[in-house]
Design a protein around this ligand. Structure first.
Ligand SMILES: Nc1ncnc2c1ncn2[C@@H]1O[C@H](COP(=O)(O)OP(=O)(O)OP(=O)(O)O)[C@@H](O)[C@H]1O
Length: 411
């Protein structure tokens, strides 16, 4: 979604990142971008590059492989999209860039960013995702005019490659969004297969995420040149200042529902809120339980019909629905600028996932609140997360309305 109502400018003090690329360019005008691309950048509402953009765009333009880490919502997507758009050769009627994302929702969102920033460049970008008719993708990709940028989820992309519909021989840049997830057990084999179909020489590889667990760096060796530029953030610097984190202790797990219902009556729920559960079943149950109490919410997860998934996310983005209940499917990358509250109805399975979930709020310097529902037994997990990210998660005060007034979520 194009940035509107920008909260404030990021400074390097807000966002601490370390880079082995010395150049820092804090003005889009000074990056040597094509005129129509620059027009698209400004038209999209980006006035000044964020710290990660100041460091990542130039190595991309210089053809370097890049490992790009920065806190959630700090502009990594726009960084790689600008890099890709600058490198496209419009006279070549072929797919030149491939972007892989772990979920359909993220792939569709990224396609929109490419199309919006590239709106004056007359380029084509297409999203190939599961849950839609493969014949439509085949037709689109085989129609005389090839798409310059393809964004997709791994399974559908592999299918299209195998059918010969997605022609890979002119691809020069490959981007793995949420790369730690893409190179983890679930996706790794598929990603490696996609790699096998790429041209053997001259491919520029970009990997990005807010989190790179230690194991990630070994895995990248198989897919990146020997000397990628690295933009990294220390674990202790990953938490965004603007997101206040709390936990509420439940004496019994079945009190979670009542607690959530109580929150509905507070000022918290006048702000767009995402509630994360650990299973699809839980998501479905919770939305029904809320319905029974006449509390409105929409729910989404990977087993819902594609149309429902799209409709519910759209309703949430447009503000038609204020509360969205989801599994981790929406924990990574999804950008809804207005989201101010994230509730972990269940604590996530991994510490990295915690960081991604809470990062759905506090986008690009906005304020946010993360509230964790925990049983007494789970308090130790909260302490582990605190220690791991050198962050603070406080017990939620009883009178949260006073607290919320003090935090003032509006930017
Ligand atoms: N230079 C900029 N100026 C103003 N807003 C920006 C700028 N760059 C990006 N944004 C906006 O900030 C929001 C977050 O950006 P983006 O989605 O690229 O973050 P991200 O780092 O990829 O996040 P995540 O880690 O969650 O994937 C978006 O709404 C985007 O439009």
């Amino acid at each position: 979604m194009p940035p509107r109502d920008l909260p404030r400018e990021y400074s390097d003090d807000d966002i601490q990142i370390e880079s082995d690329w010395d150049q820092v360019i804090d003005d889009f005008d000074k990056m040597g971008l094509k005129k129509n691309l620059l027009k698209g950048v400004y038209g999209y509402g980006l006035e000044k590059p964020s710290p990660v953009q100041q460091r990542a765009i130039m190595p991309l333009l210089n053809g370097r492989d890049l490992i790009m880490q920065a806190q959630s919502g700090t502009g990594k997507t726009a960084a790689f999209v600008i890099g890709i758009l600058q490198k496209l050769d419009r006279s070549v009627n072929a797919t030149q860039a491939l972007i892989l994302a772990p979920t359909r929702e993220l792939a569709q969102q990224t396609q929109k960013v490419v199309l919006e920033i590239g709106q004056y460049m007359n380029i084509k970008c297409y999203a190939c995702i599961g849950g839609t008719k493969v014949s439509k993708d085949v037709k689109k990709l085989e129609s005389g005019l090839r798409v310059h940028v393809v964004v997709g989820t791994p399974g559908r992309l592999l299918d299209l490659i195998k059918r010969g519909a997605l022609v890979m021989d002119k691809i020069k840049i490959l981007c793995l969004d949420e790369a730690d997830e893409m190179l983890s057990r679930g996706f790794k084999i598929q990603i490696m297969k996609v790699f096998e179909h790429l041209p053997q020489e001259g491919i520029q590889v970009v990997t990005l995420s807010a989190t790179f667990p230690d194991a990630f760096h070994d895995t990248t060796k198989a897919i990146m040149g020997s000397n990628p530029v690295k933009i990294l953030v220390k674990r202790g610097q990953l938490t965004l200042e603007g997101i206040k984190q709390f936990f509420i202790i439940m004496e019994r797990p079945d009190w979670k529902l009542d607690t959530l219902c109580d929150l509905y009556t507070t000022e918290t729920f006048t702000h767009p809120t995402v509630v994360f559960c650990n299973s699809r079943k839980k998501v479905d149950e919770l939305v029904l339980q809320l319905e029974e109490r006449e509390l409105a919410a929409v729910a989404t997860h990977g087993k819902k019909q594609q149309k429902d998934r799209e409709d519910h996310l759209r309703d949430f983005r447009t503000g038609t629905s204020r509360v969205l209940i989801s599994t981790d499917m929406l924990a990574r990358g999804i950008d809804v600028q207005q989201v101010a509250v994230v509730i972990n109805y269940d604590l996530p399975d991994s510490k990295e996932m915690y960081m991604h979930r809470i990062g759905r709020s506090g986008r690009f310097g906005r304020k946010g609140i993360a509230i964790n529902f925990v049983t007494r037994k789970e308090i130790s997990k909260i302490r582990e997360i605190e220690e791991y990210f050198s962050t603070q998660i406080e017990e939620m005060p009883l009178d949260i309305s006073i607290l919320l007034r003090n935090i003032s979520l509006s930017t």
